[in-house]
Write a new protein. Sequence first.
Length: 277
Amino acid sequence: MKKTIQELQSMAKEGNKITMLTAYDYPTANLLEKAGVDMILVGDSLGMVVLGYDSTVPVTMDEMVHHTKAVRRGAPNTFVVADLPYLSYTNSQEALFNAGRLIKEGRADAVKLEGGKDFAPIIEYLTKNGIPVVGHIGLTPQTSTQLGGFKVQGKDLESASRIYHDALALEKAGAIMITLEAIPAPLAARITADLVIPTIGIGAGVQCDGQVLVIHDLLGLYEKFVPKFVKQYENLAQSIQKAVKQYCQEVKNSVFPAAEHSYKMEEEVLKSIFTKD
């Protein structure tokens, strides 16, 4: 049964941690739903781990809608959040149109957008128009160049204060929850304690109300860049390469397909095909 916004928020209040992972396709989403994850994020991280871009910046709305559709088909009973990609929410009307696509076409349950208090009016506008919004502050990958790259945020007084007040502003604007990425654990703990809505951490310590990871990082499928905050639960890259190498070897040595992988027919039928009348 798909969890509602109210149920997810109640989980946080009761100290029941929220689990979230990314998915970008039907089979992965289906596996996550069967495993019992609370939420699935169709992140614009798909640009890097699925489409091979150097960053999330090139990801388009059409790509986000396409992958969100696939995830929804794979996980019809899981709460799905879809990212608004870079430059798709520069003003309220644009944000409403694009968020509406993710909800109507992609069948997402909520959208996520990056940015602090400057984006509070957009979150408020989307909320008033019936679109649930998840905020995202701290390290914001879409604008990581302005932040000095993919590195921890909020370690000094000025940036920590900004992130804290960003969180308060997003909650006031109507965000249903907030993602905290790559910020010191003590700062995330204080934000979590002071907010009513849930916090979802990714590199923000254990005190957040929930956690999210990119599925390719968790399973060891993306080797170009592994953040400090990632715990690799499996190394499927090695397993896949091993399986493919074995397949190639067996094909070249005529080991595969074996008899059990082949179809049979009556020998007399075969003979009759080539017997002249």
